[in-house]
Design a binder for this molecule. Structure first.
Ligand code: 5RP
Length: 220
């Protein structure tokens, strides 16, 4: 039986050209893309930027030329997965805890390709998965208290440290916040001292490729 993540991952190869600097996402779907890129004729013709240590190791294992984001001048295209995609192609990311590096790499990418399976398409961000927030360990209890007062219901992700040495707090939105402005929620979270980054990706204008019933389509 075909693996939907592998199928959608392979469909993203057409966005890569020889000579490209390619940002590589993190997670099970992004991993399928990394393996497909490594097995393709493009493998020796691209330079890759990892969004996590896990991705760096996998990229090297499949024979890709992995360099640091500080070693390049531009990123032509990044391919990554997502936990949720809403009607406006806003994203929720960070299920794998790599959200900060993923957001940085996405920010510097000329083209941003998101590969998902059908169930990741949602009405509103936060309806299926909690919102991951990367925070400094120093004041995480205070940050959770403040987020709870804002109407979020937050939990420390147990036994998890990010590649940046920080904690992840996973937050559910109440019904009122789910219907509210995503930008306002994101701003309110980001303003708390000690918050490093959120998994809410607004206005990145990605090309979203999704797998449904054996077919990959672009979500518009
Ligand atoms: C990691 C991420 C992943 O892209 C997201 O969690 C989707 O992962 P998967 O493809 O395994 O469902 O944001 O931080």
């Amino acid at each position: 039986m075909e693996n939907p993540k592998e199928v959608v991952a392979k469909s993203a190869l057409k966005y890569i050209s020889p000579g490209d600097v390619v940002g590589l996402g993190t997670g099970t779907t992004a991993s399928e893309f990394i393996k497909a890129l490594g097995a393709s004729q493009l493998a020796q013709k691209v330079t890759c930027i990892p969004t996590s240590m896990e991705t760096e190791v996998l990229g090297k294992t499949v024979g890709l030329n992995m360099v640091s984001i500080n070693d390049i001048e531009k990123i032509d295209v990044t391919v990554d997965g997502a936990d949720e995609v809403d009607q406006n192609r806003n994203l929720l990311k960070g299920g794998g805890g790599a959200l900060t590096r993923e957001k940085i790499v996405a920010h510097y990418s000329k083209k941003y390709i998101i590969i998902v399976t059908e169930e990741k398409l949602v009405q509103s961000i936060g309806s299926r998965m909690p919102i991951p927030i990367e925070v400094l360990p120093f004041s995480y209890v205070q940050i959770i208290r403040e987020l709870n007062l804002m109407g979020l219901s937050c939990q420390l992700r147990s036994n998890f440290i990010t590649d940046n040495g920080n904690y992840i707090i996973d937050c559910r939105l109440n019904q009122k916040l789910l219907k509210g402005s995503l930008q306002e929620i994101n701003n309110a979270i980001k303003i708390i001292p000690g918050v490093i980054e959120t998994g809410i990706f607004i206005n990145f204008n990605p090309v979203v490729l999704y797998y449904k019933d054996g077919i990959v389509s672009e979500f518009k």
